[in-house]
Design a protein around this ligand. Structure first.
Ligand code: AMP
Ligand code: ZN
Length: 133
């Protein structure tokens, strides 16, 4: 997609610190890292959300995330993939963050507002989702 910043990076029209590339996947350092080694792995196929990407463009992504995790030497790290503005997505080309967590201050900070659901509510949700899979 012509206006997309990550498509431009894939094409080489915008420079990046490229870590990996094959026919389906591209990986590079995040320009505003949460920690040293923070990297992004993206499908070459343009789509805003995970659900927009064909399965065959996603299959290599976990391998590349693992490769980068090993290369950073990080003992603690998060994999993050945001979809939609409410979910903190800023760039509308699917990207997976690999974020080393070297200490409490650097890396990803996570709010985890866990809800308490009754068993019957959980069962109802389960049945609704399962029926659509
Ligand atoms: P998200 O909030 O999940 O959409 O994250 C977008 C990420 O893309 C942020 O961490 C940005 O720092 C990163 N980013 C934006 N532009 C560039 C760029 N030109 N090169 C590398 N990373 C970028
Ligand atoms: Zn794109």
């Amino acid at each position: 997609m012509a206006a997309c910043i990550f498509c431009k990076i894939i094409k080489g029209d915008i420079p990046s610190f490229k870590l990996f590339e094959n026919d389906k996947v591209f990986a590079f350092l995040d320009i505003q890292p949460l920690s040293k080694g923070h990297a992004l792995v993206i499908p070459k196929y343009h789509g805003a959300k995970l659900t927009d990407i064909p399965d065959d463009s996603l299959v290599d992504i976990l391998h590349v995330l693992k490769k980068i995790a090993v290369a950073t030497g990080a003992e603690n790290y998060n994999v993050l993939q945001n979809n939609g503005r409410l979910a903190h997505q800023e760039v509308d080309h699917v990207h997976f963050h690999l974020i080393p967590k070297p200490n409490e201050k650097e890396g990803l900070g996570i709010g985890w507002p866990a809800q308490k659901l009754e068993m019957d509510e959980l069962k109802k949700l389960f049945e609704e989702v399962k029926a659509k899979m």
